[in-house]
Each structure stands twice: as C-alpha cells, then as structure tokens.
Design a protein around this ligand. Structure first.
Ligand code: PMP
Length: 432
C-alpha cells in the first residue's frame, strides 16, 4: 500500500544500507496482536515469522505488557544490582533449565542481542578450560560480533573482517537430506569428524576450549539432527573434559514445544545461550546459563552495562508464566504437527518439496529443482504468494531454499489452518 511504500522509500534514503528484509514483502508495520500484524495501510497479515522467533507469546500479549508497563514507570536499569524481577527470572530459568542444569545453574545476562550471549559463552569456555580452540559446525549461525562470527560457518558474513578468532574448526552438522545419506550414516560421519578434530594429532584443534552447536539449526534451514548426534557430542565432550555449549537463541523458550531444543534429544549441555524470545514482548535481553561448576569468573571478569534491563526481565518472567499457564508447549506441539502434516500432504505429489521437518512451531520445508539442487527461486515465489494472500513467512538455509515458519505459540488451530492452506496453495501455484 501507499503508506508502506512511502516508509520503505524513506528508509532507503535515511537508514543503513545494511538493513535487510525480503524485497518481495514490501511492508512497513504499524501494530501487532497475537499472531497477526497490521501494516502501515491497515492490512492485516497472519504472522508466521514473529520477528524471527521473538514473539513466542504473541504480539502485544496483555499479561506480559502489563508487567512491562508497570516496570518501566518504576525502574528500568540497575546494572548488576539486585532487583526482585532479576532474581525471580534467574530462579525461573533455573526451574525450566534442562536436565541436571535445573537446580544447579548460574546465569549471566547479556545486552540486547543473542550475539552478546554467544560471546559470553565463548569467554566462559576459554576461561574455564584455559584452551582457545573452538569446535563449531558447518551450516551454523551464531551472530554478528567477532567471536560469534568466528564460530558461524557462512563465509559471506566473515570474509571482509578476517582474521577473526584464529582457532576455530567446523565439523559437519548431520543433514541427511542435503548429504544424501541415511540418518545413522550422517550422524556417524559427523561424530567421527568431531572426534578426529579434537583427539587426533593432525585433527586441527591444538588446545580445544569447547564444542558450540545449535541443537536444531535455525538460519541453516530448520535442520533437526537425527537421534544420537547430540548424545554423541555429549560423550565426546565428557571424554575430553570440554564444555558442551548449546545455542538455544532461536529454538529455545518454548518454540519447539519443549522449553529447549536439547530436550527433544534428552541431552543436557554445560552451557546454553538464549535471547530473542527471552525478553517476552520483544524487550531486548540475552543470557548465558551454565552449570554451577563453571562459575569461576571473579567479579567484573565479564562486564556489561546493559545486562540489568529490568523491564526485559519482567517481560521474560511473565512470558514464561504465560506459556506455563496457557499450556503453550503442548499447544505448540499439536499445532506444529498439524502444519507439518498438511505440508507433507502437499509434498506427496510434488517432487520439488523435498522435505518437511521441524519440532513444535518451528517448521522448515526444503525445496529442490528437477536436478535435486536447491530451489531458491521457488521459495521466493512462495514467500511472495503468501504475502499477497495475507500470510508472512520467512526463509532459511545456506541456499535460501527453505521456507521457515516460526509463528507465535499463541497461533490458534484455526489460524494455523488458514495460514497453512495459503502456504499449500502457494506450493501448488508455484509447482511446474
Ligand atoms: N544464534 C542463533 C542460533 C541465532 O539464530 C541468532 C540470530 N538469528 C543468533 C545467535 C544471533 O542473535 P542476534 O541476532 O540477536 O545477535
């Protein structure tokens, strides 16, 4: 519409050239409610991307917003000085932490971005082990600051800024669909590589400090590793006395129908990073949660001004309470399955829709062309069709050939049905 056009044009004249949104979704936004977004011209869309996984409790969630409003009028920032909301959130995070981390965790808050939490996790691993080598994975994304870029695998992000952290080696992340292997072979291959990198004299990491992995890859294309992979990493980390660090920034906070991606595999990390949905209603907040045994920093050894933003802590606490009181984890599981099942039906007579995957309300649909190569053009066409029919979907994957859905967990069954029908229509309309 005209208002969106006007704002987009203005943005292109005044904003950084680094701003990024898909050109085939020419929208400016005005307000959000639940799982819907209203653009600057009053058109309402179903929101299946939720600010890239920020609005797990929906836009303008009344319970979360009420607490944040009250807190803004009371007190917003105390650096590291204690406040009730800060301590309540720390206790709540410990409460919902996976496995043996629960009851045995410490948390260091970061500033607004996930990258901040990733930096803290790298420093924590180095500090505790005295090592400097970081083992990360291909097809990963961990953020835009220097350390986080170092463990990110995509060269596009890193090349202009090299050298970054020197001692980083990327092992394969099991991705059976793209590798053309069966899941077991894919896991075995990945774990053999990890073991070699860490343990063999010619393996590549002289002095490893930790293993850094997304339990389910997000930007890489909603890649759910097969059973056995994360457990294998757990075993290798234990054998070598290395911290196992899970980046839960995109998949954590209930997105997948469990609080944490790791819980689908029953594997507990030593350290986990969180951000995005952590601040509840888009309040900027990140955190690194780790087992108590790693709590060896002295006061001020890792510092930061904006790790005491009290409204964000209230937002996070209330978001967790809201997810609990509305049973949104089970809801995400059921509705996510509903969406995947409909998309799998669509895949049946469409060889271009290669794989539908994900957990809970984290859904990926990967598209290939006749030769089996990534089909980015089709994904763009699907995204555009959906936009034109009132549904906003996102993309992912190193070849941008995955439709990625991460709607708010408050998405109703009816909204899921309507949205998924549009996506299925888009798939049909773009089939050759
Ligand atoms: N880790 C993961 C898994 C992510 O998905 C992201 C963001 N997409 C980040 C880290 C970086 O977070 P931020 O953009 O908030 O710095």
């Amino acid at each position: 519409g005209p208002n969106s056009q006007r704002l987009l044009e203005k943005q292109s004249n005044v904003d950084s050239s680094a701003v990024a949104y898909p050109n085939n979704i020419p929208l400016a936004f005005e307000e959000g409610k639940g799982a819907t977004l209203k653009d600057a011209d009053g058109n309402v869309f179903l929101d299946f991307f939720a600010g890239i996984g920020v609005y797990n409790v929906g836009h303008a969630n009344p319970y979360v917003n009420e607490g944040v409003h009250e807190q803004i009028d009371k007190l917003t920032h105390t650096v590291d000085f204690p406040t009730e909301p800060r301590l309540d959130l720390i206790e709540k995070l410990d409460d919902i932490a996976p496995g043996s981390l629960s009851g045995n965790s410490r948390v260091v808050f970061g500033g607004p971005t996930g990258s901040d939490a990733v930096e803290a996790s790298i420093k924590l691993a180095k500090y505790n082990t005295g090592g400097n080598g970081l083992l990360a994975f291909r097809n990963s994304y961990h953020g835009a600051t220097s350390g986080a870029m170092s463990i990110t695998s995509n060269k596009k992000f890193k090349k202009p800024y090299a050298p970054l952290l020197a001692d980083v080696v990327h092992a394969p992340f099991p991705y059976p669909f793209q590798e053309g292997r069966d899941p077991e072979a894919s896991v075995e291959h990945a774990l053999d590589e990890v073991q070699a990198i860490i343990e063999q004299p010619y393996g590549g990491l002289a002095d490893p400090a930790g293993i850094f992995v997304e339990p389910i890859q997000g930007e890489g294309g909603v890649v759910t590793p097969p059973e056995g992979f994360l457990q294998g990493l757990r075993d290798i980390a234990d054998d070598n006395d290395l911290p196992l660090v899970f980046d839960e920034i995109q998949v954590g906070m209930g997105r997948t129908g469990e609080w944490w991606g790791s819980q689908h595999y029953d594997v507990t990390p030593d350290v986990m990073t969180m951000a995005k949905a952590l601040g509840g209603n888009g309040q900027p907040l990140s955190a690194t949660l780790y087992k108590e045994e790693l709590d060896s920093w002295g006061p001020g050894d890792h510092a930061g001004t904006y790790r005491g933003h009290v409204p964000a802590m209230v937002g996070g606490l209330r978001a967790i309470e809201y997810i609990e009181s509305h049973d949104l984890l089970d809801h995400a599981t059921a509705v996510g399955e509903q969406i995947r099942s409909r998309l799998r039906d669509a895949a049946e007579d469409d060889p271009g829709l290669g794989e539908v995957r994900g957990k809970g309300l984290f859904v990926g649909a990967e598209f290939v062309d006749e030769a089996g190569d990534p089909d980015k053009d089709r994904v763009e066409a699907i995204q555009q069709y959906c936009y034109e029919h009132g549904v906003l979907v996102w993309t992912a994957g190193q070849y941008s050939n995955v439709v990625r859905l991460l709607p708010p967990l408050v998405l109703t069954e009816r909204q899921a049905e309507v949205g998924t029908e549009v996506i299925a229509d888009a798939i049909a309309a773009t089939a050759d």
